[in-house]
Design a protein around this ligand. Structure first.
Ligand code: PEP
Ligand code: MG
Length: 368
């Protein structure tokens, strides 16, 4: 390594020495996890499991969600279980000894279901339409949503599809048991997305705990698997004190929290009137890139404070895009979060910025 690389490395060492914020990665493959680790990630703050259900597995997901009856759904879930177990085993191996926060399935539903126009065209243009296609179209139409981002996502899907939470939690628990048997140090955490009320978390958590206990008995292991929630709806932030009674950790989903606090579509806003707003100075920067401290940030601060007041061991982090944004990192440091989580390629800059925040941040210290 040349002198410049040496200088950067020693700067990073220095930042690591002074920073209080941990830096984790958003990663959902063993390759990304390994890359993030090489760049200094101290764990995975967000493993998005919906990315594991695309490609070849789409048909199984369709079958699970649109299943005609319990038997069909159970068959799809049984086929998904070993695939998920492999997914998690690989990621836990790549991050051995470090926390891996596995988020239960959180897709916008339309990304998983077949397109209804395509289906209708296929039926209309077939000489003898496949009866399965007709059945599928009826099911897809029944589940069609005008606003999928505000629809059957996250914990809502977990509660609506019997066996889904259990399948994913079982896959995590079995992967942990396997890693333990192989002498590893797996540290899986289970994260429930898009919670709006403590009751949703209570139900999902009870199901997760039931399955963890089941697998513990079957395998003779006692995996320590914290269960927490994302805070990504204003209502969750406003009722954080209640939610913290049932959560081991909070992870702020600032992408959705920005969308829902502002009433702006994540998918459309930047392409529509954002350029005009930036030009007119309504925004200094896109609130999806740099945290809106006055609005979204207030909700973060409020939730951290309320959550810790009832649960002093509550871990707090952020896993939205803002976790890798320099200015936002300074804010998260001041708000007293435990970690930021960002894309692997942003890890070195986040480490540096967390170090700078510790040196320059006004309030700085842990707010506990
Ligand atoms: C978020 O909403 O900030 C988040 C991390 O989840 P996703 O981007 O997957 O909705
Ligand atoms: Mg989200």
């Amino acid at each position: 390594t040349g002198p410049l690389t040496q200088a950067v490395l020693s700067l990073l060492d220095h930042a690591d020495f002074v920073r209080r914020l941990e830096v984790r990665a958003n990663a959902d493959t063993p390759e990304d996890a390994a890359r993030a680790r090489r760049l200094g990630a101290q764990g995975i703050g967000l493993c998005r499991t919906e990315h594991m259900f695309l490609g070849d597995r789409r048909a199984l997901v369709e079958a699970m969600i649109l299943a005609r009856d319990d038997t069909a759904r159970e068959a799809a879930l049984a086929a998904l279980l070993p695939l998920q177990r492999e997914d998690f085993t690989g990621i836990l191996a790549a991050m051995d000894g470090l926390p891996v926060t596995i988020r239960l399935l959180d897709p916008p539903l339309h990304e998983f279901l077949p397109d209804r126009t395509d289906l209708a065209v296929r039926i209309a243009s077939a000489a003898r339409p496949d009866p399965h296609d007709r059945e599928l179209l009826t099911a897809v139409e029944r589940m069609h949503e005008q606003n999928p981002m505000l629809g059957l996502r996250g914990v809502r899907l977990g509660l609506a599809v019997p066996g889904l939470v259990a399948m994913q939690v079982r896959a995590v628990a079995e992967a942990v048991a396997r890693r333990l048997r192989d002498g590893g140090r797996p540290r899986a955490e289970i994260m429930i997305p898009l919670v709006g009320t403590v009751e949703e978390l209570r139900l999902a958590r009870a199901e997760a705990e039931r399955v963890l206990a089941e697998v513990a008995t079957e395998t003779g292991t006692t995996p320590d698997c914290p269960i927490g929630t994302m805070i990504e709806l204003p209502r969750a932030a406003l009722t954080a004190g209640r939610i913290a009674e049932v959560a081991d950790f909070f992870s702020f989903g600032t992408n959705d929290l920005t969308q829902t606090t502002w009433g702006l579509s994540r998918d459309d806003a930047e392409a529509s009137f954002f350029p005009l707003y930036l030009e007119k100075g309504v925004f200094a920067a896109s609130p999806f890139e740099t945290l809106d401290q006055e609005g979204v940030g207030r909700l973060v601060e409020l939730a951290v404070k309320a959550g810790r007041a009832v649960n002093s061991r509550l871990e707090t982090g952020v896993c939205g895009e803002h976790g890798g944004d320099p200015e936002s990192i300074h804010f998260f440091h001041r708000a007293g979060l435990d970690y930021v989580s960002c894309s692997p390629f942003r890890i070195p800059a986040a480490r540096l910025e967390a170090g700078r925040a510790a040196l320059t941040g006004a309030a700085g210290g842990d707010s506990r």
